[in-house]
Design a protein around this ligand. Structure first.
Ligand SMILES: Nc1ncnc2c1ncn2[C@@H]1O[C@H](COP(=O)(O)OP(=O)(O)O)[C@@H](O)[C@H]1O
Ligand SMILES: [Mg+2]
Length: 225
C-alpha cells in the first residue's frame, strides 16, 4: 500500500430497465504524488462513475478505495466529508459554481465548510491569479465564459491545498486555446506535487500527463495512441 490513491477491484453495479450491468467493472489504479493521469473514453463508458468512487462521493458495489492507506469507505460520514474537503480537490463535470456567490466567495466556500484559521482571502486571491482570473473576483458566475467558470472551479478545488485533484472533463466544452491553457495549468499543479486525475478528450491528453488510460464499457485499459 504505497500509493496516494489506490483503487482496488472497483465495481459499480447499476440496474436499469430490469437489467443489471457493471458501469465500472473491476478497475484497479494507483495514483502517486506528482502523477498526472488522464482517462479518456466514450460517453457512457463509466468515467464519471469511476471518478466519483475515487473521490469518496459514491460507494462502490465491490472493491476498495484507499487514500494514504486508509480505506475511505470504512470511515464514518463526517470523517469522510472532512477527508474529502481537506485532501481531495474535485472539479465536477459541467458548471458547478454557486450562482448567488461571487467568484471570490465560490473559491472560499470549501475553506469555510470546516472550522479553519488563516488568511483565506489572501489565498483565494493568489489562486485566482494562478488560474488567470483575478480580475473577475467580484463577478458572478453568470457573467463568466465557460473557460472562466472552469478556472474558478479549479481555483475552488485548490483552496484547502489538496493532495489530489480530480477533474471530470474540465475542458469538455472549451475551445482549443483555452483547453491548452487549462491542461498546462494541470501540468503545473502536478509538478508542484498535487496528484492530478482527470477525465478528458483524446486529443487533449497527447501532450500532457504521465499516464493515459482509456475506459471502455466499464473496463480501464492502458491507452495506446
Ligand atoms: N445512477 C445511475 N443509475 C443507473 N445507471 C447509471 C447511473 N449513473 C450512471 N449510469 C449509467 O452508467 C454508465 C456509465 O455512466 P457514466 O459513469 O456517467 O459514464 P461517462 O462519464 O463515461 O459518460 C452509463 O450507461 C450510465 O447511463
Ligand atoms: Mg461523465
Amino acid at each position: 500500500m504505497t500509493g496516494l490513491l489506490e483503487l482496488q477491484g472497483l465495481i459499480k453495479e447499476y440496474e436499469r430497465g430490469g437489467r443489471t450491468f457493471n458501469a465500472v467493472n473491476r478497475v484497479s489504479l494507483a495514483v502517486d504524488p506528482g502523477d498526472f493521469i488522464s482517462i479518456i473514453g466514450r460517453s457512457g463508458s463509466g468515467k464519471t462513475t469511476l471518478l466519483n468512487m475515487g473521490a469518496g462521493l459514491l460507494r462502490p458495489t465491490a472493491g476498495s478505495v484507499f487514500f494514504a492507506g486508509q480505506d475511505i469507505y470504512d470511515l464514518r460520514d463526517k470523517a469522510l466529508s472532512f477527508l474529502r474537503n481537506e485532501k481531495i480537490g474535485y472539479v465536477p463535470q459541467g458548471q458547478s459554481l454557486l450562482s448567488n456567490f461571487t467568484v471570490f466567495d465560490n473559491v472560499c466556500i470549501p475553506w469555510f465548510l470546516f472550522s479553519r484559521e488563516g488568511d483565506v482571502e489572501g489565498k483565494a486571491f493568489l489562486l485566482l491569479e494562478k488560474v488567470g482570473i483575478s480580475h473577475l473576483a467580484a463577478a458572478y458566475p453568470k457573467e463568466l465564459s465557460g473557460g472562466e467558470m472552469r478556472r474558478a472551479a479549479i481555483a475552488r478545488s485548490l483552496i484547502n491545498d489538496p493532495l489530489l485533484l480530480i477533474a471530470d472533463e474540465p475542458t469538455g466544452d472549451l475551445d482549443a486555446q483555452t483547453t491548452a491553457e487549462i491542461m498546462s495549468l494541470f501540468s503545473r499543479i502536478a509538478q508542484e506535487g498535487t496528484a492530478v486525475l482527470i477525465v478528458t478528450h483524446e486529443l487533449d491528453t497527447l501532450n500532457y500527463g504521465n499516464r493515459t488510460y482509456s475506459m471502455d464499457a466499464g473496463n480501464l485499459l492502458p491507452y495506446r495512441a
